[in-house]
Structures are given as C-alpha cells and as structure tokens.
Design a protein around this ligand. Sequence first.
Ligand code: ZN
Length: 199
Amino acid sequence: MKRNVFVKNKDNKFCEIISQIDEKVEIKMTPNGYGIFAKEKINKNTGISIINFFIVPKEDVLDNILLTTNKGTYTLNKITHSSDYVNDSLVFYGWDTFQNHSCNNNALSKPYFCETFNEMYIILFSLRDIESGDEITVNYNEIYYHMTDPFECGCNSTNCKGMIKGFKHLSKDEKQAMYETDNIYNSFFKLLEKIDNEK
Ligand SMILES: [Zn+2]
C-alpha cells in the first residue's frame, strides 16, 4: 500500500486519499462522528504522528472522496474535510482529518526539522500524558485562521471558548499567547493577519 497520496480515480467517479494510520492510534466513532484515539499510553511531549496534507487544485476535486487506510475505508465530505485557504486549491488531510476539537486539547502540531532527510515535517505532539483509550484532540483555533463553518463547542472544559471560529476571531491577548507556542501554523497566521491589516 502506498503511504500517503491523493489520486483521482481513472473513471473520474471519485477521488481517493490513501493514508497509513500510525500504530499508536485508531479511528473510533464518537457521538459527533469519528475521532482519533490513543491505542497505548503516549507520554507528554512525544511525537504521535506525521501530519500529511495534500494541496489539490479545486478543478481536480470530485464530490465523492474516499479515504482508504490500512484499517478501513471512509467516505469524506468535500466541504467539512477540506480547507480552502490556498488560492484555487483545497487542502485535504489523511486519517488525521478525523481529529476533533477541544479547547483543552492534548495535542499540537509542531514543526520538526529532520537532519537525516534534510526535510521539514509537521509532527503532532502530545501536550500532556495521554492514556490508552483517550481521544486525541487539537484546538481548531490553532489550525484554522477563519472557519467557514464555525460551531458551538461542547468540550465542557473550564476554558471552553464557546463558538469556535478560528484564530482570526481570538482576542489580542489570546493571539499573543498562541504566538508564544511552537504551533506550526503561527507563521502562516502572522502572514494572514498582515494581509487583513492591509485591507
Ligand atoms: Zn470548548
């Protein structure tokens, strides 16, 4: 099985994302759709997986999208499982597309430079100890600049933000606090803020 690719089916009937699920995690159903869960204890500040993403020209994206993994096949919704922050393209993820949001998230995407391969990777890191069976969550305000489909969060954490709309909608102090973390999306957010301010 190829590790991670985005392909258009020969008959132009559907697009297929092929994605290999890491051993440490599994996809399970939650009350709100699929989620990613730890299959073993993951210690604090440990790399959980490499985040794979695919930037696909909009004209190449068909309505039917299949996610084929080593643990099963899933049907993806073109709108909810893509982002459109790259001009004329949609961004898709592999199995990590099922990562759910929590305002008290236990994982964060950080940049990691691998000297052996001379390449930069986006690695999902644990922010605290994650027990086997725990859901692995990320903070969508740390990933999305402006969410086209904002939602009312039900994470029940004490610091729950309520409506989740993306980084752009955070307060000045909240943005500053995020800029002080290792979040891989920070440089991207800085650029988008600059563009917004020049409008
Ligand atoms: Zn919340």
